[in-house]
Design a protein around this ligand. Structure first.
Ligand SMILES: Cc1ncc(C[n+]2csc(CCOP(=O)(O)OP(=O)(O)O)c2C)c(N)n1
Ligand SMILES: [Mg+2]
Length: 352
């Protein structure tokens, strides 16, 4: 079947504004741009820390900055954010500290507890499990009588999981105030989307559950912001869930543990970087508007560099973890096989 969801955008690759929007101000555009620069610099630093053995595995999001910043900026501070392992660009933008994210990737439990004052869940590692969680949190807000909403981030691969379908179904049935935010980066590790599903779009999957759905250019942060804002407004007005498919691309590896040249032609990522990079697009847009200020950008890069270095310093001076914690946080109430393992290790002195 022909896809019936054309990709929508507001700003094209050359930075041209395709339709006038009164909310696109100089201040807002610069804010978007700075957030995108910030998360990209962090991402590059995290890859480099992993290469030096200073953090564990890391999942880079380079190329997906417009999707993550545009959607996170649309949230209100009391909303819920349910990220995956690739969405720390969104959590950073929503107020999570860089230290918190680094602690997570260092394998520290502290990186898994909610940030104070922020309703950000720990990253979902089992694919799609955060989707029903987000629906539950969103519906909980209805039961409490608030107007808070939830956003669930997930990839294209996640839409083949039962949790995705169950989550959309129940959200539709109970009219939960939730935004299903799909970043279709067109790969699930090494599996290209056409080998995973025959559906021409992710957006069309929302129709099965009678959920309004939209397909957008995930490298245009303006359309991402606009559609997420619209979806959140619907949610707060009691109009229920929305599915957003943001079409994008990750330039790098799935995680630092794999080598993308084994499963795809690296020239495609190179061409996308040249032709449709989300940060270059905003820069071109700012230049066309005469809002671009090179000195200001340099100043921002310096500030961001200091912020990142300070966070890495804090990470490396963090008190050593108690190895017993790996047993203590398996279940809320421990069970005997875990206790036996813990005792055995303690006997061998491995935890002392
Ligand atoms: C339930 C489950 N099955 C398999 C995996 C292994 N796995 C980790 S990431 C991934 C691919 C997910 O792809 P996608 O949803 O497109 O997200 P992306 O990594 O592209 O952001 C898989 C299969 C997992 N983590 N959880
Ligand atoms: Mg994917």
């Amino acid at each position: 079947m022909e896809p019936s969801f054309p990709v929508q955008r507001i700003v094209d690759e050359q930075g041209n504004l395709l339709s006038e929007q009164d909310w696109i101000t100089k201040e807002f555009s610069k804010k978007l741009y700075r957030h995108m620069l910030r998360i990209r610099l962090f991402d590059k630093k995290a890859v480099s820390l992993q290469r030096q053995g200073r953090i564990g595995t890391y999942a880079p999001f380079e190329g997906q900055e417009a999707s993550q910043v545009g959607s996170a900026l649309a949230l209100d501070c009391d909303d819920w954010l349910f990220p995956t392992y690739r969405d720390h660009g969104a959590t950073m933008t929503f107020g999570q500290s860089l230290l918190h994210i680094l602690l997570f990737w260092k394998g520290r439990n502290e990186g898994n507890v909610p940030t104070e004052g922020k309703k950000i869940f720990p990253p979902g590692i089992p694919i799609a499990t955060q989707i029903p969680h987000a629906v539950g949190a969103a519906y909980g807000e209805v039961l409490k009588g608030t107007t808070c909403a939830a956003i669930a981030y997930f990839g294209d691969g996640a839409t083949s999981e039962g949790d995705f379908h169950e989550g959309l179904n129940i959200a539709s049935v109970v009219n939960a105030p939730v935004v299903f935010f799909n970043q279709n980066n067109q790969y699930a590790i090494s599996v290209p989307i056409h080998k995973q599903m025959k559906s021409q779009t992710i957006a069309q999957k929302g129709l099965a559950y009678d959920i309004p759905s939209v397909r957008i250019d995930g490298n245009d942060p303006f359309v991402v912001y606009m559609e997420t804002r619209r979806a959140l407004k619907r949610a707060r007005n009691g109009e229920g869930p929305t599915l957003i498919e943001a079409v994008t691309w990750r330039y790098g590896a799935h995680t630092t543990a794999d080598d993308p040249s084994k499963y795809r032609d690296q020239s495609v990522s190179h061409d996308k970087r040249v032709d449709s990079d989300p940060i270059d697009r905003v820069e071109r847009f700012l230049k066309l508007k005469d809002w671009y200020d090179h000195d200001e950008k340099e100043e921002w890069l310096k500030e961001i560099g200091v912020e990142i270095d300070d966070s890495v310093d804090l990470l490396e001076r963090y008190p050593k973890a108690d190895p017993a914690l790996i047993f203590d946080y398996v279940f809320e109430h421990s069970i005997w096989p875990i206790e036996e393992q813990k005792k055995e290790l303690l006997r061998k002195g491995a935890l002392g």
